[in-house]
Write a protein of this length. Structure first.
Lengths: 55, 138
């Protein structure tokens, strides 16, 4: 994994730092587009970053 | 040289929020003065200058202010506001119409106005729903 700050990640993905924080805390589910962007940024797949829990 | 210029014209989100609050406050004060002095020209000038100042300051913003999460937050807040205000307007409006016929005088017109406003807002909302439903794939 890359050693980066939330601000760096947010800036690279074109979102606010609060959005990254909300995703990390499980308070916000990102759109498919943002999930793909994150996967591409970390050079991995969506399934390795997120896991689906039925609510 | 470019560095100094960039610092002058660029703006962080926190700084932008402070400037936005200051501009909004000044517009509010100017409009209040215009209402007291019965001067519509002053109100129009203040609002126009304020809108231009807000637009220019936003262009200087270098940080991301809006993303999918903030849009979702605004959308949820707007739909909740719509639901609360229309229901409240309809209830208060109809109450004023019926109460003014029995006990309270002179409020019937305000009651009709509120009830019609609630209907107008709901109709506009239905139209915009229809428009965006078609625009975003039916």
């Amino acid at each position: 994994m890359k050693n980066i700050t939330q601000e760096d990640l947010a800036s690279s993905l074109g979102v606010t730092r609060q959005t990254i924080l909300a995703i990390e805390n499980g308070k916000y589910n990102p759109s498919l587009e943002l999930a793909f962007k994150m996967a591409k940024y970390f050079d991995t797949t969506i399934e390795k970053i997120f896991n689906y829990k039925e609510s | 040289m470019y560095g100094i210029f960039y610092i002058v014209i660029s703006m962080k989100l926190e700084q932008y929020k402070q400037i936005r609050s200051a501009i909004t406050t000044v517009i509010g004060i100017a409009v209040a003065i215009a209402v007291v002095q019965d001067n519509i020209f002053l109100a129009l000038v203040a609002v126009t200058i304020g809108v231009v100042a807000l637009y220019l300051s936003r262009r200087r913003l270098t940080e991301i202010e809006q993303d999918e999460r903030t849009i979702l937050i605004r959308s949820k807040a707007a739909s909740t506001t719509l639901a609360i205000t229309t229901v409240a307007m309809a209830i208060i409006g109809l109450s004023l119409v019926f109460l003014s016929r029995q006990w309270i005088d002179n409020y019937e017109q305000i009651g009709y106005l509120l009830a019609f406003q609630a209907n107008f807002i709901l109709a506009l909302n239905a139209l915009l729903n229809y428009y965006y439903r078609n625009k975003l794939g039916g």
